[in-house]
Design a protein around this ligand. Sequence first.
Ligand code: NAD
Length: 468
Amino acid sequence: MSDPAGPMSEVRSPATGEVVGRVPRMGIPEVDRVVRAAHAAQPAWAALTPYDREAATRRATAMARSRAEAIGRLMALEQGKPFNQSKSEVTSSCDLIDYYAAEGPRIEGKILPTERGDYRSFVSYRPVGVAALITPWNYPVALLAWKLGPALAAGCAAVVKPSPVTPLSPSAFVEALLAGGLPAGLVGLVTGEGPEPGKALVAHPLVDKVAMTGSTATGKAIMREFGPTLKRITLELGGCCPAIVLPDADLDLTAEAIAYKGFRNMGQSCSTINRVYAHRSIHDALVERVVGQANKFRIGDGVTDGTVDLGPMATAESLEKVKAHLADALARGATLVHGGTGPAGEAFARGHFFLPTVLTGMTPAMRVAHEETFGPLVPFAAYDDLDEAIAQANDTPYGLVSYLFTRDTGKAQALAERLEAGTVCVNHVAVNTHYGPYQGWKESGFGLELGRDAIFEYLDVRHVKVRG
Ligand code: NAD
């Protein structure tokens, strides 16, 4: 997979700053080797029946499941996500890959009616070839599984390029899949520092498809690099997700949902609730309940105590961005209601810890109202006019997820159609499920992940038209 004698990159704990692992720092020649191995392995994988691919994939995920504790521990170490949540990310990723493995045999072709009696028309699919899977650090294994599952089911080979911040758990996950019997080379791994390994993958002539999750800035950089190569591409990018709370909402349920989706994984999710528009009549009561929920979260080093709710943020830069958004909001007139600093105590001194933070008095001029904070900061605005709240919710370059809270689900259906987001959640925050298609609008990206149809992102259409 790599030359252990070559240069290595260090991985540091966000809880202590200590070095917790090393991975090969690959350059263009190493990336080339991995891509060529994937390219060589792909035809035999594609030639298997989909039932055989399903069986082989299930054997591989069984191995990964059996190593979920070890992989989860690496994720907790490198990302800061508490061990229990990290381990569950590994097992749920195996479930997702199995879901796609089962979908493989259901990739059905079509016979179409034709314009003349002596024509016959057959539509079928073939795998695109080698897919480069470029992933971020916030869900290091899950976001890889979202891509790997459909790629393998479609008959593609894959080269996985995890974030340099969190390469250990995805590397161990890939190693487990290979140890579980996936053919050598079929799933390759590229690690290293900076954008170079990702750029080398995007530019490689034997890479046929790129699926990337990351920031909108990186998505745009990839589009620029990508121009000359004309590969297929899926981009899942950033968000600045709004929640609108109507006066008739169930406030206990809403507060629990907002706190969960605002603070879970330290707000480092593309679908994190970045801002809340609450009707003035229930605003104060809701804020009070969200603060009550925030107070319940236990914060700590999720490696030493895997049961805590929140760990440190993954990087110093992320923490700085949260502080910058907070300072900007306060300078523009917001009120700090809860949090706003790191937790007190020696145990938190060396890590990127921060308290769940609640603000009121958000205005459109503040960065939190239209930029992705990507941290545990939930600002509230009180609204009087629902149309105005919807306009403000839509007033960002992003269009990933919007949340609505109301007991009137009939009205919610109509409101959902006015929100500029690929996903709208009403009265819950269970955004991502195996069956539900997930697509960003506007600068949140394009192409599909999750849901059955994501398999078609890894397939080419073949139309055979026969006369006679
Ligand atoms: P990032 O954009 O910094 O990096 C993402 C990946 O791209 C990394 O593997 C990185 O090494 C690689 N990369 C960087 N420059 C590249 C280049 N020029 N060519 C090829 N590859 C390159 O993202 P991050 O900071 O790791 O993750 C956080 C971001 O991811 C947030 O903006 C978040 O919203 C987004 N995200 C989106 C979704 C979604 O489904 N829409 C899900 C999770 C995270």
